[in-house]
Design a protein around this ligand. Structure first.
Ligand SMILES: *Cc1c(COP(=O)(O)O)cnc(C)c1O
Length: 365
Protein backbone atom coordinates (compact mmCIF):
# COMPACT_ATOMS: atom_id res chain seq x y z
CA UNK A 1 0.00 0.00 0.00
CA UNK A 2 1.07 3.59 -0.56
CA UNK A 3 0.49 6.34 2.00
CA UNK A 4 1.56 9.57 0.30
CA UNK A 5 2.32 12.75 2.21
CA UNK A 6 0.87 15.29 -0.23
CA UNK A 7 -2.89 15.09 -0.74
CA UNK A 8 -3.05 18.03 -3.18
CA UNK A 9 -4.06 15.89 -6.18
CA UNK A 10 -7.09 14.73 -4.20
CA UNK A 11 -7.86 18.14 -2.81
CA UNK A 12 -7.97 19.86 -6.19
CA UNK A 13 -8.18 17.04 -8.72
CA UNK A 14 -11.94 17.14 -9.00
CA UNK A 15 -13.45 20.54 -8.31
CA UNK A 16 -15.62 21.61 -11.29
CA UNK A 17 -17.34 24.25 -9.14
CA UNK A 18 -14.03 25.99 -8.48
CA UNK A 19 -13.14 25.90 -12.18
CA UNK A 20 -16.51 27.49 -12.90
CA UNK A 21 -15.76 30.29 -10.42
CA UNK A 22 -12.35 30.89 -11.98
CA UNK A 23 -13.82 31.00 -15.48
CA UNK A 24 -16.37 33.55 -14.33
CA UNK A 25 -13.70 35.64 -12.59
CA UNK A 26 -11.00 35.85 -15.28
CA UNK A 27 -13.02 37.86 -17.84
CA UNK A 28 -13.75 40.50 -15.18
CA UNK A 29 -10.08 41.49 -15.21
CA UNK A 30 -10.39 42.41 -11.54
CA UNK A 31 -6.93 40.99 -10.77
CA UNK A 32 -5.42 43.55 -8.39
CA UNK A 33 -7.05 43.88 -4.95
CA UNK A 34 -10.21 42.65 -6.65
CA UNK A 35 -13.65 41.90 -5.24
CA UNK A 36 -13.01 38.20 -4.53
CA UNK A 37 -10.12 39.25 -2.25
CA UNK A 38 -12.39 41.55 -0.25
CA UNK A 39 -14.86 38.70 0.03
CA UNK A 40 -12.15 36.30 1.16
CA UNK A 41 -10.91 38.75 3.79
CA UNK A 42 -14.44 39.17 5.14
CA UNK A 43 -15.00 35.42 5.29
CA UNK A 44 -11.62 34.89 6.96
CA UNK A 45 -12.28 37.53 9.62
CA UNK A 46 -15.69 36.01 10.26
CA UNK A 47 -14.20 32.53 10.67
CA UNK A 48 -11.66 33.89 13.16
CA UNK A 49 -14.07 36.16 14.99
CA UNK A 50 -11.91 39.24 14.40
CA UNK A 51 -13.05 42.57 12.99
CA UNK A 52 -10.58 42.62 10.11
CA UNK A 53 -8.41 40.46 7.89
CA UNK A 54 -5.82 41.68 5.37
CA UNK A 55 -4.74 39.46 2.50
CA UNK A 56 -1.02 39.52 1.71
CA UNK A 57 1.25 37.54 -0.57
CA UNK A 58 2.57 35.01 1.96
CA UNK A 59 2.63 33.94 5.59
CA UNK A 60 6.15 35.31 5.79
CA UNK A 61 4.92 38.76 4.78
CA UNK A 62 2.00 38.48 7.20
CA UNK A 63 4.63 38.36 9.96
CA UNK A 64 6.95 40.91 8.37
CA UNK A 65 4.25 43.54 7.80
CA UNK A 66 3.02 43.05 11.37
CA UNK A 67 6.54 43.75 12.61
CA UNK A 68 6.63 46.84 10.37
CA UNK A 69 3.46 48.15 12.01
CA UNK A 70 5.28 47.74 15.33
CA UNK A 71 8.03 49.91 13.87
CA UNK A 72 10.71 47.24 14.28
CA UNK A 73 14.12 48.67 13.42
CA UNK A 74 17.49 47.13 12.57
CA UNK A 75 19.10 45.71 15.71
CA UNK A 76 15.84 45.27 17.62
CA UNK A 77 15.52 41.88 19.29
CA UNK A 78 12.55 39.65 18.55
CA UNK A 79 11.94 36.62 20.75
CA UNK A 80 10.77 33.49 18.94
CA UNK A 81 10.95 29.67 19.01
CA UNK A 82 14.21 27.79 18.41
CA UNK A 83 12.51 25.05 16.38
CA UNK A 84 10.31 26.94 13.94
CA UNK A 85 10.13 26.87 10.16
CA UNK A 86 12.65 29.23 8.55
CA UNK A 87 9.91 31.69 7.46
CA UNK A 88 9.36 33.06 10.98
CA UNK A 89 13.02 33.93 11.28
CA UNK A 90 13.17 35.19 7.69
CA UNK A 91 10.49 37.77 8.47
CA UNK A 92 12.66 39.02 11.34
CA UNK A 93 15.97 39.10 9.45
CA UNK A 94 14.40 40.81 6.41
CA UNK A 95 13.98 43.82 8.70
CA UNK A 96 17.53 43.41 9.99
CA UNK A 97 16.15 42.67 13.44
CA UNK A 98 17.72 39.95 15.56
CA UNK A 99 15.98 36.67 16.36
CA UNK A 100 16.37 35.61 20.00
CA UNK A 101 15.44 31.99 20.41
CA UNK A 102 13.58 30.21 23.19
CA UNK A 103 13.59 26.42 23.58
CA UNK A 104 10.37 24.45 23.06
CA UNK A 105 8.56 21.88 25.19
CA UNK A 106 6.88 18.62 24.22
CA UNK A 107 3.99 20.50 22.57
CA UNK A 108 6.64 21.68 20.04
CA UNK A 109 5.86 25.28 20.96
CA UNK A 110 7.96 27.84 22.81
CA UNK A 111 8.35 27.00 26.51
CA UNK A 112 6.97 30.28 27.81
CA UNK A 113 8.61 29.78 31.22
CA UNK A 114 11.92 30.51 29.49
CA UNK A 115 10.84 33.79 27.87
CA UNK A 116 11.42 36.27 30.71
CA UNK A 117 15.13 35.65 30.97
CA UNK A 118 15.55 36.42 27.28
CA UNK A 119 14.01 39.88 27.59
CA UNK A 120 16.43 42.81 27.32
CA UNK A 121 16.08 46.55 26.69
CA UNK A 122 16.26 45.79 22.99
CA UNK A 123 13.36 43.31 22.98
CA UNK A 124 10.64 44.84 20.80
CA UNK A 125 8.30 41.92 20.07
CA UNK A 126 7.59 38.27 20.82
CA UNK A 127 6.59 35.89 18.05
CA UNK A 128 5.11 32.71 19.50
CA UNK A 129 4.90 30.06 16.80
CA UNK A 130 1.78 27.94 17.10
CA UNK A 131 3.70 25.03 15.69
CA UNK A 132 2.44 21.82 14.06
CA UNK A 133 -1.20 22.65 14.96
CA UNK A 134 -0.61 23.14 18.69
CA UNK A 135 -0.83 26.55 20.29
CA UNK A 136 1.78 28.27 22.44
CA UNK A 137 0.62 28.78 26.03
CA UNK A 138 -0.92 32.19 25.36
CA UNK A 139 -2.47 32.49 28.82
CA UNK A 140 1.02 32.76 30.34
CA UNK A 141 2.60 34.61 27.42
CA UNK A 142 -0.05 37.35 27.51
CA UNK A 143 0.83 38.01 31.15
CA UNK A 144 4.51 38.40 30.27
CA UNK A 145 3.63 40.64 27.33
CA UNK A 146 1.58 42.89 29.62
CA UNK A 147 4.15 42.96 32.41
CA UNK A 148 6.99 44.07 30.11
CA UNK A 149 4.78 45.95 27.60
CA UNK A 150 6.17 43.92 24.71
CA UNK A 151 3.72 43.29 21.85
CA UNK A 152 3.00 39.84 20.44
CA UNK A 153 2.75 38.79 16.80
CA UNK A 154 1.31 35.30 16.55
CA UNK A 155 2.75 33.01 13.89
CA UNK A 156 -0.41 30.97 13.37
CA UNK A 157 0.63 29.70 9.93
CA UNK A 158 0.44 26.04 10.99
CA UNK A 159 -2.49 26.30 13.35
CA UNK A 160 -5.60 27.67 11.66
CA UNK A 161 -8.60 26.97 13.95
CA UNK A 162 -6.48 25.71 16.86
CA UNK A 163 -7.68 26.90 20.26
CA UNK A 164 -6.83 27.19 23.93
CA UNK A 165 -9.80 27.51 26.27
CA UNK A 166 -12.03 27.99 23.21
CA UNK A 167 -10.06 31.02 21.95
CA UNK A 168 -8.60 30.71 18.46
CA UNK A 169 -4.96 30.95 17.49
CA UNK A 170 -4.14 34.30 15.93
CA UNK A 171 -6.79 36.12 18.00
CA UNK A 172 -4.87 36.42 21.28
CA UNK A 173 -2.92 39.47 20.17
CA UNK A 174 -3.27 42.38 17.74
CA UNK A 175 -1.61 40.36 14.98
CA UNK A 176 -2.50 36.85 13.83
CA UNK A 177 -0.39 35.73 10.85
CA UNK A 178 -1.64 32.92 8.61
CA UNK A 179 -0.35 31.19 5.49
CA UNK A 180 -2.39 29.62 2.71
CA UNK A 181 0.64 28.03 1.06
CA UNK A 182 -0.31 24.76 -0.70
CA UNK A 183 1.17 22.73 2.17
CA UNK A 184 -0.92 24.40 4.88
CA UNK A 185 -4.24 23.13 6.23
CA UNK A 186 -6.26 25.76 4.34
CA UNK A 187 -4.48 26.09 1.05
CA UNK A 188 -4.60 27.82 -2.31
CA UNK A 189 -2.66 27.20 -5.53
CA UNK A 190 0.29 29.44 -4.85
CA UNK A 191 1.56 31.73 -2.10
CA UNK A 192 -0.89 33.66 0.03
CA UNK A 193 -1.09 34.95 3.58
CA UNK A 194 -3.52 36.71 5.89
CA UNK A 195 -3.25 38.91 8.96
CA UNK A 196 -6.19 39.13 11.35
CA UNK A 197 -6.70 41.94 13.83
CA UNK A 198 -9.53 43.76 15.56
CA UNK A 199 -7.65 47.05 15.77
CA UNK A 200 -8.75 49.57 13.14
CA UNK A 201 -5.52 51.60 13.16
CA UNK A 202 -3.47 48.44 12.63
CA UNK A 203 -5.83 47.29 9.89
CA UNK A 204 -5.49 50.58 8.00
CA UNK A 205 -1.69 50.54 8.35
CA UNK A 206 -1.45 46.96 7.09
CA UNK A 207 -3.53 47.86 4.02
CA UNK A 208 -1.12 50.67 3.22
CA UNK A 209 1.99 48.56 3.83
CA UNK A 210 0.90 45.74 1.52
CA UNK A 211 0.23 48.11 -1.39
CA UNK A 212 3.26 50.42 -1.69
CA UNK A 213 1.86 52.79 0.95
CA UNK A 214 -0.67 54.08 -1.58
CA UNK A 215 -3.76 55.76 -0.14
CA UNK A 216 -5.13 56.25 -3.65
CA UNK A 217 -3.82 56.12 -7.19
CA UNK A 218 -1.80 59.34 -6.86
CA UNK A 219 -0.76 59.56 -3.20
CA UNK A 220 1.95 57.58 -1.43
CA UNK A 221 1.50 58.04 2.30
CA UNK A 222 4.26 55.77 3.67
CA UNK A 223 7.02 53.54 2.33
CA UNK A 224 5.49 50.14 1.82
CA UNK A 225 5.83 46.91 -0.11
CA UNK A 226 4.26 45.05 -2.98
CA UNK A 227 2.69 42.33 -0.89
CA UNK A 228 -0.86 41.97 -2.16
CA UNK A 229 -2.62 38.65 -2.17
CA UNK A 230 -3.27 37.56 -5.74
CA UNK A 231 -7.03 37.92 -6.35
CA UNK A 232 -7.00 34.72 -8.41
CA UNK A 233 -5.84 32.88 -5.29
CA UNK A 234 -8.61 34.57 -3.33
CA UNK A 235 -11.08 32.85 -5.67
CA UNK A 236 -9.52 29.55 -4.61
CA UNK A 237 -9.60 30.76 -0.99
CA UNK A 238 -13.31 31.51 -1.22
CA UNK A 239 -13.87 27.98 -2.45
CA UNK A 240 -11.93 26.28 0.34
CA UNK A 241 -12.78 28.43 3.34
CA UNK A 242 -16.29 26.99 3.86
CA UNK A 243 -14.53 23.62 4.26
CA UNK A 244 -12.12 24.88 6.94
CA UNK A 245 -13.98 23.51 9.94
CA UNK A 246 -14.61 20.09 8.44
CA UNK A 247 -10.95 19.82 7.41
CA UNK A 248 -9.86 20.53 10.99
CA UNK A 249 -12.44 18.07 12.31
CA UNK A 250 -11.25 15.23 10.09
CA UNK A 251 -7.59 15.83 10.97
CA UNK A 252 -8.47 15.74 14.66
CA UNK A 253 -10.41 12.52 14.14
CA UNK A 254 -7.49 10.90 12.32
CA UNK A 255 -5.05 12.03 14.99
CA UNK A 256 -7.24 10.57 17.75
CA UNK A 257 -7.38 7.28 15.87
CA UNK A 258 -3.59 7.15 15.53
CA UNK A 259 -3.09 8.31 19.16
CA UNK A 260 -5.29 5.54 20.43
CA UNK A 261 -3.17 2.78 18.84
CA UNK A 262 0.20 4.47 19.11
CA UNK A 263 -0.20 5.01 22.86
CA UNK A 264 -0.27 1.22 23.27
CA UNK A 265 2.94 0.64 21.32
CA UNK A 266 6.15 0.34 23.31
CA UNK A 267 8.66 2.53 21.54
CA UNK A 268 6.22 5.29 20.64
CA UNK A 269 5.45 8.22 22.93
CA UNK A 270 2.46 10.40 22.09
CA UNK A 271 3.00 14.10 22.97
CA UNK A 272 0.79 15.67 25.65
CA UNK A 273 -2.78 16.40 24.53
CA UNK A 274 -4.05 18.95 27.09
CA UNK A 275 -7.84 18.88 27.49
CA UNK A 276 -8.24 22.65 27.08
CA UNK A 277 -6.32 22.61 23.77
CA UNK A 278 -7.82 22.12 20.34
CA UNK A 279 -4.91 20.83 18.26
CA UNK A 280 -5.45 20.93 14.48
CA UNK A 281 -2.59 18.64 13.44
CA UNK A 282 -0.96 20.48 10.60
CA UNK A 283 1.70 17.89 11.38
CA UNK A 284 1.02 14.69 13.27
CA UNK A 285 4.20 14.04 15.24
CA UNK A 286 5.11 11.38 17.82
CA UNK A 287 8.35 10.52 19.60
CA UNK A 288 9.90 7.23 18.48
CA UNK A 289 12.65 4.97 19.78
CA UNK A 290 15.07 3.97 17.03
CA UNK A 291 13.60 6.78 14.99
CA UNK A 292 15.93 6.59 12.01
CA UNK A 293 15.32 2.88 11.55
CA UNK A 294 11.57 3.35 11.87
CA UNK A 295 11.65 6.12 9.27
CA UNK A 296 13.55 3.87 6.88
CA UNK A 297 11.15 1.00 7.44
CA UNK A 298 8.12 3.24 6.83
CA UNK A 299 9.60 4.50 3.59
CA UNK A 300 10.36 0.95 2.50
CA UNK A 301 6.75 0.03 3.15
CA UNK A 302 5.46 2.96 1.06
CA UNK A 303 4.59 5.31 3.92
CA UNK A 304 5.89 8.84 3.35
CA UNK A 305 6.81 9.68 6.95
CA UNK A 306 8.98 12.77 7.48
CA UNK A 307 11.05 14.69 10.05
CA UNK A 308 9.99 18.28 10.85
CA UNK A 309 12.84 19.22 11.07
CA UNK A 310 16.11 17.25 11.16
CA UNK A 311 18.19 20.42 11.70
CA UNK A 312 16.58 23.13 13.83
CA UNK A 313 16.66 26.68 12.49
CA UNK A 314 18.95 27.88 15.28
CA UNK A 315 21.69 25.52 14.02
CA UNK A 316 21.32 26.32 10.31
CA UNK A 317 24.24 27.85 8.47
CA UNK A 318 22.27 31.04 7.79
CA UNK A 319 22.05 31.64 11.56
CA UNK A 320 25.81 31.38 12.08
CA UNK A 321 26.01 35.08 12.89
CA UNK A 322 24.11 34.40 16.12
CA UNK A 323 26.98 32.15 17.27
CA UNK A 324 24.80 29.43 18.72
CA UNK A 325 26.13 25.95 19.24
CA UNK A 326 24.59 22.52 19.50
CA UNK A 327 23.15 22.07 22.97
CA UNK A 328 22.00 25.67 23.42
CA UNK A 329 18.41 24.49 23.04
CA UNK A 330 18.44 20.98 24.51
CA UNK A 331 14.74 20.10 24.12
CA UNK A 332 14.77 21.19 20.48
CA UNK A 333 17.94 19.12 19.95
CA UNK A 334 16.42 16.09 21.63
CA UNK A 335 13.28 16.35 19.53
CA UNK A 336 15.29 16.34 16.31
CA UNK A 337 16.46 12.85 17.14
CA UNK A 338 13.11 11.46 18.30
CA UNK A 339 10.35 13.01 16.23
CA UNK A 340 8.61 11.44 13.26
CA UNK A 341 5.66 12.89 11.29
CA UNK A 342 2.98 10.70 9.75
CA UNK A 343 0.33 11.70 7.23
CA UNK A 344 -2.84 12.73 9.06
CA UNK A 345 -4.74 14.77 6.46
CA UNK A 346 -8.44 14.80 5.66
CA UNK A 347 -8.07 12.62 2.56
CA UNK A 348 -6.55 9.55 4.23
CA UNK A 349 -8.63 6.39 4.24
CA UNK A 350 -9.20 4.12 7.25
CA UNK A 351 -7.15 1.48 5.41
CA UNK A 352 -4.21 3.85 5.10
CA UNK A 353 -4.40 4.78 8.79
CA UNK A 354 -4.55 1.11 9.75
CA UNK A 355 -1.60 0.38 7.50
CA UNK A 356 0.47 3.06 9.24
CA UNK A 357 -0.43 1.59 12.63
CA UNK A 358 0.33 -1.97 11.54
CA UNK A 359 3.68 -1.00 10.05
CA UNK A 360 4.76 0.77 13.27
CA UNK A 361 3.43 -2.06 15.46
CA UNK A 362 5.29 -4.71 13.42
CA UNK A 363 8.48 -2.65 13.59
CA UNK A 364 8.56 -2.68 17.39
CA UNK A 365 7.47 -6.31 17.90
C1 LIG B 1 4.49 28.18 6.39
C2 LIG B 1 4.96 28.92 7.55
C3 LIG B 1 5.16 30.31 7.52
C4 LIG B 1 4.92 31.18 6.32
O1 LIG B 1 5.16 30.58 5.15
P1 LIG B 1 4.82 31.17 3.70
O2 LIG B 1 5.34 30.08 2.84
O3 LIG B 1 5.56 32.44 3.56
O4 LIG B 1 3.35 31.35 3.57
C5 LIG B 1 5.57 30.93 8.68
N1 LIG B 1 5.77 30.24 9.81
C6 LIG B 1 5.58 28.92 9.88
C7 LIG B 1 5.79 28.22 11.19
C8 LIG B 1 5.17 28.21 8.77
O5 LIG B 1 5.01 26.89 8.83
Amino acid sequence: MKVRYSYLPQQFGNCPDLWRNLKKFVPTGDFTLGKPLLKFENKFAKLMGTKYAVGVNSGTDAIKLSLKVLNIKPGDEIITAANTFVATVGAITELNAIPVFVDCDDTFCMNVDLVEKKITKKTKAIIPVHFTGYMTNMVKLKKISKKYKIPIVEDACQSILAEINGKKSGTWSNFGAFSMHPLKNINVWSDAGMIVTSNKRIYEKLKLLRNHGLIDRDHVKICGYNSRMDTLQAVVGNWIIPKAKSIAKQRIKNAKYLDNYFSKIDGIRVPPRPKNYKIVYHLYIVFAKNRDKLLKECKKKGIEAKIHYPIPIYRQEAMKFLKHKKGDYPVTDKHCKEIISFPCDQHLTKNQLNYIIKTVKDFYS
